[in-house]
Design a protein around this ligand. Structure first.
Ligand code: 3HC
Length: 692
């Protein structure tokens, strides 16, 4: 007999076992009503002298996926999750948690406060709070080391990756795994067995910690030394180590207090707010308003990629790895051979690194058909053109495709800045044309910009978005404009960098500031990597007018030539390039740019303010659907540090009025910046783009 406790929790009686059921879709997050419902249900169950055990179970697709993240940032209403957990742990009859789906964060902490845990095979458990810039704040850092040992707890909590149920049993995190059958029945049986056998009420809080404080300190240091990147710019991993160490050097309740203190510090940090913003941005980005309710993505089994250059090859690998058969077409047999060799090498490397089994790699390779005949694209469900970035060339290819492709095939262009509508205008079916802007290397970078043409159909659009998910990428919808979202806003950073080096800063100053901020690479180092000759250098029209032109004319094309803005030694040494210094001094003298020393903070503002401004312009123009989409695109496509949340979040954090004031000062000094009216309005009204 099941009786509702409130809208999301009910209590079911199975003779001597009480079953508390949480039913709060979609993921049973521990919102206030859930916490309150569990307390009320527990009181009722424990107050009944006929109840000899309690099972905690969740309805729907998963056990609790954690605290309700949408409640974070404000005052949390009672009851506090720690109080709920203390009440469960103190219960006078055994409580068994029955886990399925994903028991994550506060969800796993809830289970750890139960006396025993049983899980369905395939269930995943973990403490991923670190990905939100947080630490487990409901006893996870104190109970986990007591159950699995300090070293394993560090891996689990600082790493944040969930483990499957079988591994969790090996670790000692859960007690039993059951096959797919009825988890609830198995949990009830287990609870009865525990009662029958007089099993103790195993309270994690009372278990000893396996390491002394000194040993725990050594384990923490060892972890930090092995994973330096995790700590770069991120606050949470360091706090996690402090909290876990506390489990080894003080009683449980004091440890809980320390955990709470560290959790609150993280919760109040900009880093965590940024990471939580990106969590929701990633989920919002796939939602396209205004589509018909019944629109469904097309089934893509076979694809064709036209152009076997760097992009086409990367796209082919991305498709093959997602289980899509690919015909790779190029008229040049040499280009095809090179591409096939690169694809082969990529899969061999993946096998060598243990990321793929031999068999899976072979399956991917078997699904590749190279061809030098464009007619081979005829049977594809999706055709992606990835030829050289020239409109006439792309239009010619699309005309040919139009005559060959089967009716209903999606015709995609991987253009990075050309007018998609101009490409679509040459075919008889512009509704089937969409932009798929991959970022190099296309098999690795997470961002995929889906470009909507004026006539792109809703079906084609959702097919492209679904393809992004299938390729394990973040698909961001963009309207048509020069550079689309990510490249357009970041072009402003590049212009600012070029100007700054003429006004007294050196490329390595600019790069240092960007790297300290958290970008994986500075602007000039990035240009050296890509090649100065391939980023907008017009060979025929070159006349030593810019630093880049001078460097290119002298053959300093970047890393591949051993010099560009930097000089690259044979042993991997990197130092400022003398040729770059000379070129910069030449142009500085020629344009008589005003020279001024800028602090690192000033440099950063001058580099990023224009990005915020351009993001606001793009939002105003409707190129991006929402401000958070821009942040998502920059985090996934340009390595914008997730703990700064992207340009819109950063603008909100440093203050939009400050951004506007600084930009106005630069306009007054003669710079050609078009200030966004939307940005000015938000600043004047004290509003923020994405930070509530
Ligand atoms: N709180 C609030 N909403 C959540 C949530 C949470 N913990 N987890 C997921 N959601 C929401 C998502 O925003 C999404 O909402 P939408 O449909 O309105 O966009 C919906 O649930 C479904 O989520 P997904 O699209 O991500 O569904 P998937 O099936 O792909 O993934 C999941 C499910 C693996 C549970 C994934 O959502 C996830 O990883 N969630 C976060 C888990 C997490 O980080 N837990 C720790 C929270 S912090 C914490 O517990 C602190 C504690 O220590 C005190």
């Amino acid at each position: 007999m099941s009786s509702p406790i409130n809208a999301v929790v009910s209590l079911d009686r199975r003779q001597d076992v009480a079953v508390i059921v949480i039913d709060s879709p979609p993921v049973n997050a521990l919102s206030q009503p859930v916490r309150e419902g569990v307390v009320l249900a527990l009181e009722q169950a424990l107050g009944d002298p006929n109840v000899r055990a309690v099972v905690l179970h969740c309805a729907g697709r998963t056990f609790c996926a954690g605290a309700d993240i949408s409640e974070f940032g404000g005052e949390l209403a009672a009851p506090d999750l720690n109080q709920v957990l203390a009440m469960m742990e103190a219960a006078s009859v055994p409580i068994v948690a029955a886990l399925h789906g994903t028991a994550l964060g506060g969800g796993l902490e809830l289970a750890l406060a139960c006396h025993y845990r049983i899980a369905r095979r395939g269930a995943k458990v973990g403490l991923p709070e670190v990905n939100l810039g947080l630490l487990p704040g409901a006893g996870g850092t104190q109970r986990t080391p007591r159950l699995v040992g300090v070293a394993t707890a560090i891996e689990l909590i600082a790493g944040g990756a969930p483990v499957d149920a079988d591994r969790a049993v090996e670790m000692g995190l859960i007690d039993r795994v059951v096959e797919d059958g009825d988890l609830l029945e198995a949990a009830i049986d287990y609870a009865r067995t525990l009662v029958r056998e007089g099993a103790p009420l195993r309270r994690a809080r009372d278990l000893p910690v396996d390491l002394s404080p000194q040993e725990a300190e050594a384990a923490a240091q060892d972890y930090r030394a092995r994973n330096p990147k995790l700590f770069n710019g991120f606050k949470a991993p360091g706090h996690i180590l402090l909290a876990i160490k506390a489990s080894a050097d003080r009683p449980f309740d004091d440890g809980l207090e320390r955990e709470r203190e560290l959790f609150n510090a993280l919760m109040a940090s900009d880093e965590s707010a940024a990471q939580r913003h990106i969590f929701f941005a990633e989920r919002a980005v796939s939602k396209i308003p205004g589509l018909a309710a019944d629109v469904r993505p097309l089934d893509v089994q076979k694809a064709a990629v036209i152009g076997a250059g760097t992009m086409g090859t990367g796209i082919t690998i991305a498709l093959l790895s997602a289980g899509i058969a690919v015909t790779l077409v190029d008229r040049s047999a040499e280009a095809l051979d090179k591409a096939v060799a690169r694809i082969d090498r990529t899969y061999k490397d993946l096998v060598k690194k243990g990321r793929l089994t031999d068999q899976k790699a072979q399956t991917c390779l078997d699904a590749l058909t190279p061809s030098s005949d464009l007619k081979a694209v005829g049977q594809a469900d999706l055709i992606i053109e990835a030829v050289f970035e020239r409109l006439d060339l792309k239009q010619a290819i699309f005309k040919e495709i139009d005559a060959i492709a089967r009716p209903g095939a999606v015709l995609a262009s991987n253009t990075s800045f050309l007018d998609l509508d101009a490409i679509a205008s040459v075919v008889s079916r512009p509704q089937d044309v969409v932009g798929l802007h991959f970022f190099a290397p296309a098999n690795i970078m997470r961002l995929l910009e889906v470009v909507r043409g004026a006539k792109t159909s809703d079906t084609v659009l959702v097919t492209a978005m679904a393809l992004g998910r299938r390729l394990k990428k973040v698909a961001v919808l963009s309207g048509g404009c020069d550079g689309f979202i990510a490249n357009r806003v970041m072009a402003r950073r590049g212009e600012a960098a070029d100007r700054l080096i003429l006004e007294g800063a050196w490329p390595w100053d600019v790069d240092r500031v960007l790297e300290v901020y958290g970008f994986p690479m500075g602007s000039f180092a990035m240009m050296d990597l890509v090649g100065l000759d391939v980023i907008g250098w017009d060979r025929e029209g070159s006349a030593g007018r810019t630093v880049q032109e001078i460097l290119c004319e002298a053959g300093h094309w970047g890393q591949k030539r051993g010099a560009g803005y930097y000089q690259y030694g044979p042993q991997g040494q990197v130092e400022p390039s003398k040729a770059a210094v000379e070129a910069i001094e030449t142009i500085r003298a020629r344009v008589s740019a005003p020279q001024r020393h800028r602090s690192d903070a000033e440099l950063l503002n001058e580099l990023l303010d224009p990005v915020v401004n351009e993001s606001a312009r793009l939002l105003d123009e409707g190129i991006a659907l929402r401000a958070s989409d821009i942040d998502m695109a920059l985090v996934a496509g340009y390595g914008w540090p997730v703990y700064h949340g992207g340009p819109m979040f950063w603008g909100d954090t440093v203050g939009l009025q400050g951004v506007v004031d600084r930009l106005r000062a630069r306009i007054a000094a003669g710079e050609a910046i078009v200030l966004s009216p939307l940005l000015e309005r938000y600043a004047a009204e004290g509003r923020r783009f994405v930070r509530d």
